[in-house]
Design a protein around this ligand. Sequence first.
Ligand code: NDP
Length: 482
Amino acid sequence: MAQDVLNLIGGEHLPASSGEWLDNFEPATGQVYGRIPRSGLNDVEAAVTAARSAFPEWRSWSPSNRRAVMMRLADKIHENAALLAESEARDNGKPVSLAAAVDIPRAEDNFRFYASAAEQFSSESHTMGDGTVNYTLRKPLGVVACISPWNLPLYLFTWKIAPALASGNCIVAKPSEITPMTAYLLGTWAKEVGFPDGVINILHGLGPEVGQAMVEHHHIRAISFTGGSNTGAAISATAGPKFKKLSLELGGKNATVVFSDADFDQAVSTAIRAAFSNQGQICLCGSRILVQEDLYERFRDAMVAKVSKMRIGDPMNPETRMGAVVSRAHRDKVISAINIARGEGGRILCGGGRHQPSEPRLKGGYFVQPTLIEGLDHTCTTNREEIFGPVATLQPFKDEREALGLVNSTKYGLSASVWTKDLQRAHRFAAGIDTGMVWLNCWLVRDLRTPFGGTRQSGVGREGGYNSMRFFTEPQNICVQL
Ligand code: NDP
């Protein structure tokens, strides 16, 4: 049964004003299962107009009323968790078990967390000792754009729109055209839980068309974007000269660093999880596994033994732990990256190509074997460029100094995961890493209050906690002499 999605503009669910549609594919089958509006300039204009007219009312709501309506949307996510997890799995190709355990609960958490932040956010005041007081107002910006990627669709969509709404802005948001379904479902509950029409506007369509029109629009004051570094650069080039606020969460080429004193079993299983969760399509995935040389062979063999046994299956089957990658184009990109690794002299330890499941339903699906590669140094393309698929390399290192050089050898600076029982080394090493986030003896443990983001080509700015609330507000200092 075809499942079409619609735009949400001013409280109404609408097709694109052009009447054009795009096909929506199910990655596990390669079949079209619905359509999305191919929105453009006119739809952006209508959404911005709706958002602007809703803004005076929405900004005047008390923080506790904003909190209440946001909590009700979180309740809706909770009540519809099974539907959302299935929709995410069908739309993205990820295992439904992963969507049910991670994506959807974290989307709910994002809304609850920022609903509370609406009430708890505060601003500064500075006294000058002569009766002069400065206090800083934090004003909502007005209409802001939130643009999110396909890898964690609802999770990253809510991570942006929740703080934007909590701080009193009206939003024009665009999920990835490849995974529109859960953002659409969320929008269908906005009115019912009590959001005034026009506060939440959701547009679907292609990045270079509707996304670009959002970035260009003169009434959009800020853009919160998560996606690839090249797209981030294009958005910066458009938004920079227009002096819009920008938050960019971009790609990564993260290292998992294992010293020989690490807890072996935990390091092996977490390095595998870090490399292959969500088919390797998480910006925080550890795609370069660096292992101290005296442990290298044992660690490699243990990894290969486990990864070779990973079973790929139907994302809709609750038993499946590894599903399809998100699109045909992305599958081809990942396979081409594996071939580049071969060409560079890499030895494929396991995997190395497409996977063809036996179930007839999955015949046209986009499946890639989990792949481990060794024998490549840090100068080759495979260890420099983000692949964003189920592909990781293994490299040995001699000592701390060499390991640090390898960790910092790419243009990216998002995250790292370091494994050692030596506490002093752990802290010393972490401080030397040029990334926005480091996990010591763990990976992907998230506290929503902490700064989230990367350095260099992994992005500009930080999200998370009050960082997001500050991004979505304009500080205004008021100086008063009493
Ligand atoms: P893209 O950069 O291709 O797309 C991200 C979003 O931007 C999509 O909604 C896309 O729309 C839209 N877009 C594309 N072109 C433009 C444009 N010119 N103007 C405005 N919007 C545009 O990234 P992917 O969706 O492929 O996501 C994968 C990337 O995201 C990886 O590099 C990954 O590392 C990164 N990522 C970073 C994270 C972080 O927090 N640092 C977290 C998760 C992912 P459409 O899809 O319709 O083209």
